[in-house]
Design a protein around this ligand. Structure first.
Ligand code: NAD
Length: 252
């Protein structure tokens, strides 16, 4: 059997219709997994992506879910069990970012960042963790950020949420590992997605100059790390780790 095969495996990927999440969906599907894609709002883009996957005969289903809303997340859990029966792999990819100086940061901005990036991962993981433990198999992958380690200006809420996700990953891995459920995180560096689309050319040039790679990453340079952590053998002995494909920006 090919080492990274996901043949017969099932996966739920939040934020799976765009960016890094979509690239993870693609690599999971290419390696044989059946995937439930959790999407949010982007109706036109999601319909287009669903068509493209259907034309390729990919084994996927889509569910709309707001990870900040516990009822919406409960529906995601129900739909996942309906489509996939048992869930082997969960990727918590949904996330938001935003820049605001700390002195101007509102409580609402702080709370929204935590609600999506941290509480969202908590709510979604709750739907699947006990089932994985009972079946003595699971792979949970949280998409954090290298900014959990590095920090950056005007992003106290984002960096705190992602550092929280790294702590969540470590702590939960103690509870999962004895049952064959590994919990790990990926902390990407800057990656060309919609998340970075709003930044100016000057900002990009400044960031490129700081990066040993002298460029931002591509989503397809992140997804293979998810495949490694999701795979039965390759992922088995990574426990509570955060792997960081980041162009050399942070060397852990
Ligand atoms: N692009 C980067 O430079 C970078 C770097 C490090 C980490 N990340 C992380 O990678 C993950 C994916 O980001 P991306 O860069 O692909 O950008 P993206 O904007 O394409 O993806 C973010 C996804 O989160 C979803 N989302 C947002 N709010 C949601 C909500 N309330 N409920 C459910 N889903 C919601 C969006 O629909 C989208 O699919 C995020 O967690 C992000 O923080 C990105």
């Amino acid at each position: 059997m090919e080492s990274f095969s996901l043949e017969g495996r099932t996966a739920v990927v939040t934020g799976g219709n765009t960016g890094i999440g979509r690239s993870i969906v693609e690599i999971f599907v290419a390696h044989g997994a059946k995937v439930l894609i959790s999407h949010f709002r982007d109706e036109a883009g999601t319909a287009q992506y669903a068509d493209a996957l259907a034309q390729r005969g990919a084994n996927v289903a889509f569910v709309e879910c707001d990870v900040t809303d516990e009822h919406s997340v409960a529906r995601l859990g129900d739909e996942a069990r309906r489509h996939l029966n048992a869930i082997d792999i969960l990727v918590n990819g949904a996330g938001i970012c935003g820049e605001v100086p700390f002195g101007e940061m509102t409580i609402a901005q702080w709370d929204q960042m935590m609600a999506v990036n941290l509480r969202g991962a908590f709510l979604v993981t709750r739907q699947f963790f006990d089932g994985m433990k009972a079946r003595k198999y699971g792979r949970i992958i949280n998409i954090a950020s290298q900014l959990a380690y590095k920090g950056t200006v005007d992003s106290a809420h984002y960096c705190a949420s992602k550092a929280g996700l790294v702590g969540f990953t470590r702590a939960l891995s103690y509870e999962g590992a004895p049952f064959g459920v590994t919990v790990n995180a990926i902390a990407p560096g800057p990656v060309e997605t919609a998340m970075l689309a709003g930044f100016t050319d000057e900002w990009r040039a400044m960031k490129f100059a700081q990066l040993p790679a002298r460029r931002f990453g591509h989503v397809d340079e992140i997804a293979p790390t998810a495949l490694l952590l999701a795979s039965e053998t390759g992922g088995a002995y990574f426990i509570g780790q955060t792997l960081s494909p980041n162009g050399g920006d942070v060397m852990l």
